[in-house]
Unconditional design. Sequence first.
Length: 386
Amino acid sequence: MSMEAYVNEAVSKFRKLLEEQIERSEKMRTAPEKKDFSKTQKIVVGTIDGDGIGPILMAQANRVLKVLLRDELASGRVEIREISGLTIENRIALGKSVPDDTMNAIKECDVLLKGPTTTPKGGSMESANVTLRRELDLYANVRPVTIPEENCDWTFFRENTEGEYVLGSRGIEIPDILTMDFKVTTEPGTKRIARTAYEFARNNGKKRVSIVTKANIMKKTDGSFSAICHEIAKEYPEIETDEWYIDIMTANLVNPRIRNQFEVFLLPNLYGDIITDEAAQLQGGVGTAGSANTGDRYAMFEAIHGSAPRMVEEGIQDYANPSSLFRAIELMLRHIAMPEKADALSNALTVCSETERRVIVTGNKDGATAGEFTDYVIETLIKANA
Ligand code: IPM
Ligand code: MG
């Protein structure tokens, strides 16, 4: 192909991307009404195993769900629906990041509990997570992290449907010369994540929201993210707003002198992805933090970590830590208006990781297995309820 032909192809591709993104942005202006789960007769929870350590952790999550939701499952108020087909083998065979049958089944659920899914590096297959977040319009990625001994209580609000992710599999390549990816920030997309973060702050007695960007370099996208968030901040005058660049914020989180002063973080997609792994590691490991992906119609709850193919290769998959997925269950229970059950699980997890009879999951053969840890969690839940 001649250079001219490459350029023409890229330009027409770019026009299409632009038109699609304008259309997506317009659609966002009419949000569907949120479901009030306290009034919903029946709640359908879809469970998705995922890849790698996913099925092992999800088996344990199912045990915990059955204990916590015993009455609701018996009465039919809650239905747990196992959703198949979201394995890397099936996705590769069908050439679809989320196969159609699986997507249809998912759309019939209210909320999802999902194990980690493997994302192929390179190629054009999109990450299943990215597809699900886009197709279900799960625009808020909410990740709580605490370091109790230091009084750190952080909640990250990561924009989850745009930024570097929305066109991450649709960049441009001119072989042997250059490659180019795109980053997108829309006005309605930024407004809705900013509102979600500020509403959370207001409803939970938080006094400070920290916006995190790299607006000195990403002038258009992060520049407008910053400006729009500050605009929304004016609707919440009781809350203090500050702004940091992502590089220094990454340093702040490892600075014990100041890190307990932060409360709520509001940030674009990729920075949110990176910094929440750092935060989870500070809390005790990426195996310890839960992640809520919420939108107006659907919500998906998952572990913060990936499918850990290395653990499977080394044969230590049974030693993976299910805590992160259990924290996801806690977030899910709060979302479906069952806060007492969420608190019960949270207390049991705290007891199981802090008491003398600690069953420590190290992620290796010197520690407990996911099943042993779950036995302890269930025993603790039942004891607390007795
Ligand atoms: C996360 C994960 C995902 C992401 C991957 C699996 C696509 O790292 O949920 O943080 O990058 O968002
Ligand atoms: Mg991540």
